[in-house]
Design a protein around this ligand. Structure first.
Ligand code: PFF
Length: 532
């Protein structure tokens, strides 16, 4: 059967601010509030800011620009954009989208918990025994096994999350995703500022901050700390997941890409550091109330930090109920705007490959991901599965994706100069050759070193004392699933022709030398009337 040429206009963000807010919405998420403070604390406190900033400058921003350049130039969600760049690279796009898919199914569960806790905050249901309440009464956590008993308290908000996803994706890029972010991000900012001010004025706040910011320089010699910093940056900026490729593909052809990227990266790290300050000042208060040192408190990382330790603080704080609602409300907004971005990547990819409508893709994605999400993560074994999948998808999957992307684009298909030309043609902040150097040389070397180190540690030491079969299924199994699914999805036929596409601005030979630094003289922003 002959494939047809897609003729419909590509959706677009309605303005630059819409794109920036949506990209900030994707970046600022549970990772900032729920992951960063704990990862920073475990990774040497104040000293962690060193690998964190190095990771941001040497890999975070360069890879963010790479994602933007690929999506904006080749105008597709990850699989289509990679395919248009070089046909055989399509599986890398699907690998990234599959990682997003895996993350979405558990990420939604944490949003569902936050929704429940937002409601519980009104009568402080968790106040008496936060740990017993979270693990026992609420999640009903059991043994590491594959449980089929669904916990209604989690399943109900989780279904609501997926219904909301369906509606927003169905409404499209400008009508749905952009609108949620234009409303959500300012709200989130207000909630955040209020939380930070409240936290800083609690007695004991300085002790908490000292704990977070007092450097433990020894941590810097531990490769696991470095890999934690890089994975945190990837997760936090939503890069190497195909998401920013997809977002950039909906940007107008003439759009200032690198400057927006800098705004997004700066906003994301600011939110992250603010969250660290808010969380640790509050922990300082808890330690002060209990008459212990902050380091003696338990549960300073992972979900326990937000859902056990934080509720314990709220229980002792004046107007804890109000602050609980603000905190968990902020988690819901931050998480939801990120979840939408993850799923837009998945649904846009399917839409383009299978030639289905936006609504059909939205229904398909919400139904499939929603069912898996409820089946796996609203059961009594949900918490453990979540932690394990998170660990592998982020520390192994995304780092691998970043390495492959850098090596393939710069060394194998040699698109570095073209992409740099592209960014510089449309943006006011020009990227120099250092960008290619960082992507092509430094990033692959140190990321590979860290990845190998991490794999060896996970194989030799296991993870959190979980049984090996469990790690094989939920850890390595997750990676195997993403790789196999990537090849299966690549093998499916494209319903629309992907061949007739000319990137804009067109790259002429002499451009390579001269135009890398400036805008193309002949650029008129017109498209050639083919696939948009
Ligand atoms: N950046 C989001 C956060 O920090 O929570 C999470 C995320 C969104 C990860 C989108 C990956 C992604 F593709």
């Amino acid at each position: 059967m002959a494939t047809k040429v897609q003729s419909t206009e590509r959706e677009q963000w309605s303005h630059q601010t819409g794109f920036i807010l949506a990209a900030i919405g994707s970046a600022v998420g549970l990772g900032n509030i729920w992951r960063f403070p704990g990862v920073a604390y475990e990774g040497g406190g104040g000293a962690f800011l060193v690998p964190y900033l190095i990771a941001l400058l040497t890999a975070g921003i360069p890879i963010l620009f790479l994602d933007y350049a690929i999506g904006h130039r080749f105008r597709g969600a990850a699989p289509l954009a990679f395919r248009r760049m070089k046909k055989w690279t399509e599986p890398l796009g699907w690998f990234q989208i599959m990682l997003s898919f895996v993350i979405a199914v558990y990420y939604a569960a944490v949003i569902a918990w936050s929704m429940s806790y937002f409601v519980f905050s009104f009568d402080m249901e968790y106040a008496d025994d936060p740990k017993g309440f979270f693990l026992g009464e609420y999640l009903q956590v059991g043994e590491p096994e594959i449980s089929t008993s669904i916990v209604a308290g989690v399943a109900i908000p989780l279904v609501l999350v997926w219904v909301a996803v369906l509606v927003i994706l169905g409404l499209g890029v400008a009508g749905g995703v952009q609108r949620v972010n234009v409303i959500g991000i300012p709200l989130l900012l207000v909630a955040f500022i209020a939380l930070v001010i409240r936290a800083l004025t609690l007695p004991g706040a300085t002790d908490g901050l000292n704990e977070l910011f007092t450097p433990d320089w020894e941590a810097l010699s531990d490769p696991d700390v470095w890999i934690a910093a890089y994975s945190q940056i990837f997760f936090s900026l939503s890069i190497a997941f195909g998401i920013m490729i997809t977002y950039a593909s909906y940007q107008k052809r003439k759009a200032n890409m690198t400057s927006s990227g800098l705004v997004v990266a700066f906003a994301n790290s600011s939110f992250e550091i603010l969250a660290g300050i808010a969380v640790f000042s509050t922990l300082g208060f808890l330690a002060f109330e209990r008459g212990v040192g902050v380091g003696e408190l338990e549960g300073l990382t992972g979900p326990i930090l937000s859902f056990v330790t934080f509720p314990a603080v709220l229980a002792q704080m004046p107007a804890g109920s109000l602050w609980g609602a603000v905190f968990f409300g902020a988690l819901v907004i931050a998480g939801f705007t990120s979840l939408i971005s993850i799923l837009l990547g998945v649904s846009a990819s399917l839409q383009e490959k299978l030639g289905v409508s936006r609504r059909a893709a939205a229904v398909g994605v919400a139904a499939v991901c929603g069912t898996i999400s409820v089946a796996l993560f609203s059961t009594t074994s949900g918490l453990l599965a979540l932690d394990t999948v998170d660990q592998w998808a982020n520390n192994i999957g995304v780092v691998t994706s970043a390495i492959l992307m850098a090596i393939i684009v710069i060394w194998i298909i040699r698109k570095g100069d073209e992409l740099r030309f592209h960014l510089n043609s449309v943006s006011t902040f020009k990227v120099g050759r250092i960008w290619i150097l960082l992507l092509g040389v430094l990033a692959p070397i140190y990321l590979s070193y860290m990845l190998i180190e991490r794999i060896i540690t996970l194989i030799s030491d296991g993870y959190e004392q979980l049984p090996t079969w469990y790690l094989v299924v939920f850890g390595w199994g997750t990676i195997a699933f993403t790789v196999i699914a990537a090849f299966v999805l690549t093998a499916l036929p494209w319903r629309n022709s992907t061949e007739r596409f000319t990137p804009w601005p067109q790259l002429r030979h002499d451009d390579v030398k001269t135009a890398l630094a400036g805008p193309p003289q002949s650029a008129d922003g017109s498209t050639n009337g083919e696939i948009k």
